[in-house]
Design a protein around this ligand. Sequence first.
Ligand SMILES: Nc1ncnc2c1ncn2[C@@H]1O[C@H](COP(=O)(O)OP(=O)(O)OP(=O)(O)O)[C@@H](O)[C@H]1O
Ligand SMILES: [Mg+2]
Length: 413
Amino acid sequence: MSLCHPKSTNERHEDILKNSNKNILKGTRWLRSQISRAKPIVIYGLLWIDLIEQQNTMPNTLDISSVLDILRPVQDPELQKSLVELNMIRNVKIDGSNVSFTLVLTTPACPLREFIVEDCQKAVKQLPGVEKVSVEVTAETPQQKGVVDRQGIEGVKNIVAISSGKGGVGKSTVAVNVAVALAQTGAKVGLLDADIYGPNDPTMLGLGEAKVMVKEGKNGESLEPAFNYGVKLVSMAFLIDKDQPVIWRGPMLNGIIRQFLYQVNWGDLDYLIVDMPPGTGDAQLTMAQAVPMAGVVIVTTPQTVALLDSRKGLKMFQQLGVPVLGIVENMSYFVPPDMPDKQYDIFGSGGGEKTAAELGVPLLGCIPLEIPLREGGDTGVPIVAGQPGSASARELRAIAGRIAGKVSVAALA
Ligand SMILES: Nc1ncnc2c1ncn2[C@@H]1O[C@H](COP(=O)(O)OP(=O)(O)OP(=O)(O)O)[C@@H](O)[C@H]1O
Ligand SMILES: [Mg+2]
Protein backbone atom coordinates (compact mmCIF):
# COMPACT_ATOMS: atom_id res chain seq x y z
CA MET A 1 0.00 0.00 0.00
CA SER A 2 1.04 3.57 -0.39
CA LEU A 3 -0.63 6.90 0.07
CA CYS A 4 -0.89 7.31 -3.69
CA HIS A 5 -3.29 5.32 -5.73
CA PRO A 6 -1.42 2.84 -7.93
CA LYS A 7 -3.29 3.78 -11.11
CA SER A 8 -0.41 2.93 -13.36
CA THR A 9 -0.78 -0.85 -13.01
CA ASN A 10 -3.75 -1.10 -15.37
CA GLU A 11 -2.36 1.50 -17.65
CA ARG A 12 0.79 -0.61 -17.88
CA HIS A 13 -1.33 -3.65 -18.84
CA GLU A 14 -3.09 -1.68 -21.52
CA ASP A 15 0.19 -0.25 -22.84
CA ILE A 16 1.79 -3.69 -23.15
CA LEU A 17 -1.23 -4.97 -25.06
CA LYS A 18 -1.50 -1.87 -27.23
CA ASN A 19 2.17 -2.05 -28.22
CA SER A 20 2.08 -5.71 -29.08
CA ASN A 21 -1.04 -5.09 -31.20
CA LYS A 22 0.32 -2.06 -32.97
CA ASN A 23 2.40 -3.91 -35.57
CA ILE A 24 -0.29 -6.45 -36.25
CA LEU A 25 -2.86 -3.71 -36.76
CA LYS A 26 -0.57 -1.93 -39.23
CA GLY A 27 -0.38 -5.17 -41.21
CA THR A 28 -4.12 -5.60 -41.01
CA ARG A 29 -4.71 -2.17 -42.48
CA TRP A 30 -2.27 -2.79 -45.32
CA LEU A 31 -3.87 -6.13 -46.17
CA ARG A 32 -7.36 -4.66 -46.05
CA SER A 33 -6.21 -2.00 -48.52
CA GLN A 34 -5.32 -4.84 -50.91
CA ILE A 35 -8.85 -6.27 -50.78
CA SER A 36 -10.03 -4.67 -54.01
CA ARG A 37 -6.96 -6.01 -55.83
CA ALA A 38 -7.00 -9.58 -54.71
CA LYS A 39 -10.52 -10.55 -53.79
CA PRO A 40 -10.05 -14.33 -53.70
CA ILE A 41 -7.42 -14.20 -51.02
CA VAL A 42 -9.28 -11.59 -48.99
CA ILE A 43 -11.43 -13.96 -46.98
CA TYR A 44 -8.52 -16.24 -46.10
CA GLY A 45 -6.30 -13.23 -45.45
CA LEU A 46 -8.69 -11.60 -43.00
CA LEU A 47 -9.39 -14.84 -41.19
CA TRP A 48 -5.66 -15.40 -40.92
CA ILE A 49 -5.10 -11.84 -39.64
CA ASP A 50 -7.83 -12.17 -37.01
CA LEU A 51 -6.30 -15.41 -35.86
CA ILE A 52 -2.84 -13.85 -35.62
CA GLU A 53 -4.26 -10.86 -33.71
CA GLN A 54 -5.80 -13.13 -31.12
CA GLN A 55 -2.73 -15.33 -30.82
CA ASN A 56 -0.46 -12.36 -30.32
CA THR A 57 -2.50 -10.61 -27.68
CA MET A 58 -4.02 -13.19 -25.40
CA PRO A 59 -3.54 -16.78 -24.39
CA ASN A 60 -5.96 -19.13 -26.13
CA THR A 61 -7.04 -21.03 -23.06
CA LEU A 62 -8.26 -19.71 -19.81
CA ASP A 63 -6.34 -21.50 -17.10
CA ILE A 64 -4.74 -20.80 -13.74
CA SER A 65 -1.37 -19.92 -15.20
CA SER A 66 -2.84 -17.38 -17.65
CA VAL A 67 -4.66 -15.74 -14.71
CA LEU A 68 -1.42 -15.58 -12.70
CA ASP A 69 0.48 -14.27 -15.73
CA ILE A 70 -1.95 -11.42 -16.35
CA LEU A 71 -1.84 -10.58 -12.62
CA ARG A 72 1.95 -10.61 -12.46
CA PRO A 73 2.41 -6.87 -13.30
CA VAL A 74 -0.06 -5.84 -10.55
CA GLN A 75 1.98 -4.67 -7.58
CA ASP A 76 1.43 -4.14 -3.89
CA PRO A 77 1.90 -0.36 -3.97
CA GLU A 78 3.63 -0.18 -0.58
CA LEU A 79 5.95 -3.16 -1.01
CA GLN A 80 6.44 -2.31 -4.71
CA LYS A 81 6.49 -5.96 -5.65
CA SER A 82 4.25 -8.18 -7.73
CA LEU A 83 1.26 -9.57 -5.85
CA VAL A 84 1.91 -12.91 -7.52
CA GLU A 85 5.56 -12.97 -6.47
CA LEU A 86 4.61 -12.01 -2.92
CA ASN A 87 2.28 -15.06 -2.87
CA MET A 88 -0.66 -12.75 -2.20
CA ILE A 89 -2.81 -14.35 -4.93
CA ARG A 90 -4.07 -17.76 -3.87
CA ASN A 91 -6.80 -20.33 -4.65
CA VAL A 92 -7.30 -19.31 -8.29
CA LYS A 93 -10.40 -21.08 -9.60
CA ILE A 94 -11.99 -21.02 -13.02
CA ASP A 95 -15.60 -21.97 -13.54
CA GLY A 96 -16.66 -21.33 -17.13
CA SER A 97 -16.36 -17.58 -17.63
CA ASN A 98 -16.05 -16.91 -13.88
CA VAL A 99 -12.64 -16.47 -12.28
CA SER A 100 -12.23 -16.31 -8.53
CA PHE A 101 -9.22 -16.05 -6.25
CA THR A 102 -8.15 -14.98 -2.78
CA LEU A 103 -6.10 -11.82 -2.28
CA VAL A 104 -4.07 -12.17 0.94
CA LEU A 105 -3.06 -8.70 2.13
CA THR A 106 -0.27 -8.08 4.63
CA THR A 107 -2.63 -6.25 6.98
CA PRO A 108 -6.40 -6.20 7.29
CA ALA A 109 -6.05 -2.42 7.77
CA CYS A 110 -4.75 -1.88 4.23
CA PRO A 111 -6.25 1.48 3.22
CA LEU A 112 -5.94 0.70 -0.49
CA ARG A 113 -7.61 -2.71 -0.51
CA GLU A 114 -10.43 -1.54 -2.83
CA PHE A 115 -7.93 -0.15 -5.33
CA ILE A 116 -5.84 -3.32 -5.30
CA VAL A 117 -8.96 -5.45 -5.81
CA GLU A 118 -10.04 -3.17 -8.66
CA ASP A 119 -6.60 -3.45 -10.29
CA CYS A 120 -6.73 -7.25 -10.07
CA GLN A 121 -10.25 -7.39 -11.52
CA LYS A 122 -9.38 -5.09 -14.41
CA ALA A 123 -6.30 -7.14 -15.25
CA VAL A 124 -8.11 -10.50 -15.24
CA LYS A 125 -11.07 -9.14 -17.24
CA GLN A 126 -8.66 -8.57 -20.11
CA LEU A 127 -8.38 -12.34 -20.59
CA PRO A 128 -10.65 -13.63 -23.36
CA GLY A 129 -13.75 -15.40 -22.15
CA VAL A 130 -13.75 -13.88 -18.66
CA GLU A 131 -17.03 -12.34 -17.58
CA LYS A 132 -16.91 -12.25 -13.83
CA VAL A 133 -13.96 -11.87 -11.45
CA SER A 134 -14.61 -12.50 -7.75
CA VAL A 135 -11.92 -11.58 -5.25
CA GLU A 136 -12.07 -12.70 -1.65
CA VAL A 137 -9.88 -10.49 0.54
CA THR A 138 -8.16 -11.82 3.64
CA ALA A 139 -5.01 -10.81 5.48
CA GLU A 140 -2.04 -12.46 7.10
CA THR A 141 -0.18 -9.91 9.19
CA PRO A 142 3.53 -10.70 9.07
CA GLN A 143 5.42 -11.01 12.34
CA GLN A 144 7.93 -8.29 13.17
CA LYS A 145 11.59 -9.28 13.00
CA GLY A 146 13.06 -10.65 16.22
CA VAL A 147 15.77 -8.89 18.18
CA VAL A 148 18.41 -11.19 19.61
CA ASP A 149 18.55 -9.92 23.18
CA ARG A 150 14.84 -9.10 23.61
CA GLN A 151 12.13 -11.57 24.41
CA GLY A 152 9.01 -11.39 22.28
CA ILE A 153 5.54 -12.11 23.65
CA GLU A 154 4.13 -15.45 22.58
CA GLY A 155 1.31 -14.99 20.06
CA VAL A 156 1.91 -11.24 19.65
CA LYS A 157 3.07 -10.42 16.13
CA ASN A 158 3.80 -6.68 16.27
CA ILE A 159 4.30 -4.28 19.19
CA VAL A 160 3.82 -0.59 18.39
CA ALA A 161 4.39 2.14 21.00
CA ILE A 162 2.66 5.52 20.91
CA SER A 163 4.89 8.07 22.59
CA SER A 164 5.68 11.78 22.82
CA GLY A 165 8.22 14.01 24.48
CA LYS A 166 5.49 16.14 26.04
CA GLY A 167 2.39 15.46 28.12
CA GLY A 168 -1.18 16.10 27.03
CA VAL A 169 -0.56 16.09 23.30
CA GLY A 170 -3.02 13.26 22.62
CA LYS A 171 -1.05 9.99 22.91
CA SER A 172 -3.86 8.14 24.65
CA THR A 173 -6.45 9.54 22.24
CA VAL A 174 -4.37 8.36 19.29
CA ALA A 175 -3.51 4.99 20.90
CA VAL A 176 -7.13 4.15 21.75
CA ASN A 177 -8.56 5.23 18.39
CA VAL A 178 -5.80 3.57 16.35
CA ALA A 179 -6.36 0.35 18.33
CA VAL A 180 -10.13 0.46 17.70
CA ALA A 181 -9.64 1.41 14.03
CA LEU A 182 -7.33 -1.58 13.52
CA ALA A 183 -9.81 -3.88 15.27
CA GLN A 184 -12.60 -2.54 13.01
CA THR A 185 -10.69 -3.87 10.00
CA GLY A 186 -10.68 -7.36 11.50
CA ALA A 187 -7.20 -7.31 13.08
CA LYS A 188 -6.64 -8.84 16.53
CA VAL A 189 -5.60 -5.95 18.74
CA GLY A 190 -4.41 -5.38 22.30
CA LEU A 191 -3.79 -2.10 24.11
CA LEU A 192 -1.30 -1.84 26.95
CA ASP A 193 -1.70 1.28 29.03
CA ALA A 194 1.91 1.84 30.11
CA ASP A 195 1.04 5.13 31.80
CA ILE A 196 1.30 3.82 35.35
CA TYR A 197 0.90 7.21 37.06
CA GLY A 198 -1.99 8.55 34.99
CA PRO A 199 -3.79 5.67 33.28
CA ASN A 200 -6.60 7.00 31.08
CA ASP A 201 -7.21 4.26 28.54
CA PRO A 202 -9.93 2.39 30.50
CA THR A 203 -12.07 5.55 30.61
CA MET A 204 -11.43 6.31 26.93
CA LEU A 205 -12.30 2.75 25.90
CA GLY A 206 -15.52 2.67 27.95
CA LEU A 207 -13.97 0.31 30.54
CA GLY A 208 -13.84 2.72 33.48
CA GLU A 209 -15.76 0.32 35.69
CA ALA A 210 -14.28 -2.92 34.37
CA LYS A 211 -12.77 -5.50 36.70
CA VAL A 212 -10.02 -7.81 35.59
CA MET A 213 -9.26 -11.27 36.89
CA VAL A 214 -6.10 -13.21 37.52
CA LYS A 215 -6.23 -16.76 36.18
CA GLU A 216 -3.98 -19.74 36.51
CA GLY A 217 -2.43 -20.43 33.11
CA LYS A 218 0.23 -22.71 31.68
CA ASN A 219 2.94 -20.21 32.66
CA GLY A 220 1.61 -19.56 36.15
CA GLU A 221 -0.78 -16.78 37.09
CA SER A 222 -1.74 -14.34 34.36
CA LEU A 223 -4.01 -11.33 34.09
CA GLU A 224 -7.09 -11.58 31.89
CA PRO A 225 -7.41 -8.34 29.86
CA ALA A 226 -10.65 -6.33 29.74
CA PHE A 227 -12.30 -6.09 26.31
CA ASN A 228 -14.31 -3.47 24.42
CA TYR A 229 -14.67 -2.27 20.80
CA GLY A 230 -12.71 -5.34 19.68
CA VAL A 231 -9.66 -4.36 21.78
CA LYS A 232 -8.11 -6.21 24.75
CA LEU A 233 -6.94 -3.75 27.39
CA VAL A 234 -4.64 -3.93 30.40
CA SER A 235 -4.07 -0.89 32.60
CA MET A 236 -2.82 0.01 36.04
CA ALA A 237 -6.23 1.61 36.57
CA PHE A 238 -7.70 -1.90 36.94
CA LEU A 239 -5.37 -2.69 39.83
CA ILE A 240 -5.44 0.43 42.01
CA ASP A 241 -7.92 2.53 43.87
CA LYS A 242 -8.98 5.37 41.55
CA ASP A 243 -8.25 8.13 44.05
CA GLN A 244 -4.99 6.66 45.26
CA PRO A 245 -1.88 8.31 43.81
CA VAL A 246 0.68 5.83 42.51
CA ILE A 247 4.09 6.43 44.03
CA TRP A 248 6.57 4.06 42.48
CA ARG A 249 10.23 4.12 41.85
CA GLY A 250 11.91 3.12 38.61
CA PRO A 251 12.65 -0.55 39.36
CA MET A 252 9.05 -1.20 40.52
CA LEU A 253 7.72 0.45 37.38
CA ASN A 254 10.02 -1.67 35.29
CA GLY A 255 8.59 -4.74 37.06
CA ILE A 256 4.94 -3.87 36.44
CA ILE A 257 5.52 -3.08 32.77
CA ARG A 258 7.23 -6.44 32.32
CA GLN A 259 4.28 -8.11 34.04
CA PHE A 260 1.90 -6.31 31.68
CA LEU A 261 3.92 -7.63 28.76
CA TYR A 262 4.57 -11.21 29.79
CA GLN A 263 2.04 -12.10 32.48
CA VAL A 264 -1.13 -11.14 30.64
CA ASN A 265 -3.19 -13.58 28.68
CA TRP A 266 -2.95 -11.57 25.43
CA GLY A 267 -3.72 -14.57 23.21
CA ASP A 268 -3.01 -14.16 19.50
CA LEU A 269 -2.59 -10.52 18.49
CA ASP A 270 -1.71 -8.91 15.17
CA TYR A 271 -0.92 -5.64 16.95
CA LEU A 272 -0.21 -4.73 20.57
CA ILE A 273 -0.46 -0.94 20.88
CA VAL A 274 1.39 0.50 23.87
CA ASP A 275 0.24 3.87 25.19
CA MET A 276 3.33 5.42 26.80
CA PRO A 277 3.47 7.99 29.59
CA PRO A 278 4.83 11.43 28.60
CA GLY A 279 8.55 12.05 28.37
CA THR A 280 11.65 9.98 28.03
CA GLY A 281 11.72 8.15 31.34
CA ASP A 282 11.85 4.66 32.85
CA ALA A 283 8.75 3.34 31.07
CA GLN A 284 10.16 4.17 27.64
CA LEU A 285 13.50 2.67 28.58
CA THR A 286 11.93 -0.52 29.91
CA MET A 287 9.74 -0.97 26.85
CA ALA A 288 12.57 -0.35 24.43
CA GLN A 289 14.89 -2.73 26.28
CA ALA A 290 12.45 -5.46 27.24
CA VAL A 291 10.58 -6.37 24.07
CA PRO A 292 11.38 -6.23 20.38
CA MET A 293 9.21 -3.43 19.02
CA ALA A 294 7.96 -3.11 15.46
CA GLY A 295 8.27 0.63 15.95
CA VAL A 296 7.19 3.77 17.74
CA VAL A 297 4.84 6.54 16.65
CA ILE A 298 5.60 10.01 18.01
CA VAL A 299 2.59 12.23 18.68
CA THR A 300 3.12 15.97 18.71
CA THR A 301 1.22 19.22 18.41
CA PRO A 302 2.30 21.91 15.96
CA GLN A 303 3.71 24.47 18.41
CA THR A 304 7.48 24.80 18.62
CA VAL A 305 7.88 23.74 22.27
CA ALA A 306 6.01 20.49 21.71
CA LEU A 307 8.04 19.81 18.61
CA LEU A 308 11.31 20.33 20.48
CA ASP A 309 10.24 17.75 23.08
CA SER A 310 9.09 15.36 20.36
CA ARG A 311 12.53 15.45 18.81
CA LYS A 312 14.04 14.40 22.15
CA GLY A 313 11.60 11.50 22.41
CA LEU A 314 12.26 10.48 18.86
CA LYS A 315 16.03 10.56 19.28
CA MET A 316 15.80 8.46 22.41
CA PHE A 317 14.02 5.65 20.58
CA GLN A 318 16.42 5.90 17.66
CA GLN A 319 19.36 5.57 20.04
CA LEU A 320 17.76 2.52 21.63
CA GLY A 321 17.43 0.91 18.21
CA VAL A 322 13.63 1.15 17.98
CA PRO A 323 12.42 2.08 14.48
CA VAL A 324 10.43 5.33 14.35
CA LEU A 325 7.40 4.64 12.13
CA GLY A 326 6.52 8.32 11.86
CA ILE A 327 5.03 11.41 13.45
CA VAL A 328 1.37 12.18 14.07
CA GLU A 329 0.50 15.85 14.35
CA ASN A 330 -2.48 16.21 16.68
CA MET A 331 -4.62 19.30 17.22
CA SER A 332 -3.34 20.50 13.84
CA TYR A 333 -6.16 22.99 13.34
CA PHE A 334 -9.51 23.82 14.91
CA VAL A 335 -12.75 23.56 13.00
CA PRO A 336 -15.56 25.39 14.86
CA PRO A 337 -18.65 23.15 14.97
CA ASP A 338 -20.91 26.04 13.94
CA MET A 339 -18.61 27.14 11.08
CA PRO A 340 -17.33 23.94 9.46
CA ASP A 341 -15.83 25.90 6.54
CA LYS A 342 -13.47 27.79 8.85
CA GLN A 343 -10.16 26.46 10.09
CA TYR A 344 -7.98 28.04 12.81
CA ASP A 345 -4.32 27.09 13.25
CA ILE A 346 -4.34 27.58 17.01
CA PHE A 347 -0.87 26.10 17.60
CA GLY A 348 0.69 27.30 14.35
CA SER A 349 0.86 25.18 11.25
CA GLY A 350 3.13 22.85 9.36
CA GLY A 351 5.30 22.06 12.41
CA GLY A 352 4.82 18.30 12.24
CA GLU A 353 5.55 18.25 8.55
CA LYS A 354 8.72 20.28 9.02
CA THR A 355 9.96 18.18 11.94
CA ALA A 356 9.22 14.94 10.06
CA ALA A 357 11.18 16.21 7.07
CA GLU A 358 14.08 17.42 9.23
CA LEU A 359 14.34 14.15 11.10
CA GLY A 360 13.80 12.06 8.01
CA VAL A 361 10.71 10.22 9.28
CA PRO A 362 7.27 10.12 7.65
CA LEU A 363 4.37 12.29 8.74
CA LEU A 364 1.61 9.75 9.33
CA GLY A 365 -1.25 12.25 9.51
CA CYS A 366 -2.70 15.46 10.96
CA ILE A 367 -5.67 15.23 13.32
CA PRO A 368 -7.88 18.31 13.74
CA LEU A 369 -8.90 19.69 17.11
CA GLU A 370 -12.55 18.67 17.40
CA ILE A 371 -14.93 18.81 20.32
CA PRO A 372 -16.46 15.37 19.58
CA LEU A 373 -12.99 13.80 19.81
CA ARG A 374 -12.57 15.07 23.37
CA GLU A 375 -16.15 14.11 24.23
CA GLY A 376 -15.57 10.61 22.86
CA GLY A 377 -12.56 10.24 25.16
CA ASP A 378 -14.48 11.45 28.21
CA THR A 379 -17.55 9.29 27.59
CA GLY A 380 -15.70 6.14 26.62
CA VAL A 381 -16.90 6.04 23.01
CA PRO A 382 -13.81 6.37 20.79
CA ILE A 383 -14.59 8.68 17.88
CA VAL A 384 -13.77 6.07 15.22
CA ALA A 385 -16.66 4.06 16.68
CA GLY A 386 -19.00 6.87 17.81
CA GLN A 387 -18.69 9.32 14.91
CA PRO A 388 -16.89 7.42 12.16
CA GLY A 389 -17.71 10.07 9.53
CA SER A 390 -16.08 12.98 11.41
CA ALA A 391 -12.88 14.56 10.09
CA SER A 392 -10.77 13.30 12.99
CA ALA A 393 -12.18 9.74 12.78
CA ARG A 394 -11.37 9.60 9.06
CA GLU A 395 -7.83 10.80 9.72
CA LEU A 396 -7.33 8.40 12.64
CA ARG A 397 -8.43 5.48 10.45
CA ALA A 398 -6.00 6.58 7.74
CA ILE A 399 -3.22 6.83 10.35
CA ALA A 400 -4.01 3.31 11.61
CA GLY A 401 -3.75 2.02 8.04
CA ARG A 402 -0.44 3.78 7.47
CA ILE A 403 1.01 2.42 10.72
CA ALA A 404 -0.09 -1.11 9.75
CA GLY A 405 1.40 -0.63 6.28
CA LYS A 406 4.76 0.51 7.65
CA VAL A 407 4.85 -2.41 10.09
CA SER A 408 4.19 -4.89 7.24
CA VAL A 409 6.85 -3.36 5.02
CA ALA A 410 9.42 -3.55 7.84
CA ALA A 411 8.47 -7.15 8.68
CA LEU A 412 8.79 -8.27 5.03
CA ALA A 413 11.90 -6.22 4.22
N1 LIG B 1 -7.57 16.39 18.39
C1 LIG B 1 -8.19 16.60 19.54
N2 LIG B 1 -9.33 17.34 19.59
C2 LIG B 1 -9.95 17.55 20.77
N3 LIG B 1 -9.52 17.09 21.95
C3 LIG B 1 -8.40 16.35 21.97
C4 LIG B 1 -7.68 16.06 20.78
N4 LIG B 1 -6.61 15.28 21.10
C5 LIG B 1 -6.68 15.10 22.41
N5 LIG B 1 -7.73 15.74 22.96
C6 LIG B 1 -8.10 15.82 24.37
O1 LIG B 1 -6.98 16.37 25.06
C7 LIG B 1 -6.82 15.75 26.31
C8 LIG B 1 -5.42 15.15 26.41
O2 LIG B 1 -5.35 14.09 25.47
P1 LIG B 1 -4.67 12.70 25.84
O3 LIG B 1 -5.06 12.25 27.20
O4 LIG B 1 -4.93 11.79 24.71
O5 LIG B 1 -3.14 13.15 25.83
P2 LIG B 1 -1.87 12.37 26.36
O6 LIG B 1 -0.73 12.80 25.53
O7 LIG B 1 -2.14 10.93 26.44
O8 LIG B 1 -1.72 12.95 27.81
P3 LIG B 1 -0.74 12.40 28.96
O9 LIG B 1 0.61 12.91 28.61
O10 LIG B 1 -1.28 13.03 30.21
O11 LIG B 1 -0.81 10.93 28.96
C9 LIG B 1 -7.94 14.72 26.42
O12 LIG B 1 -9.00 15.27 27.12
C10 LIG B 1 -8.34 14.46 24.99
O13 LIG B 1 -9.71 14.09 24.86
MG1 LIG C 1 -2.00 9.55 28.05
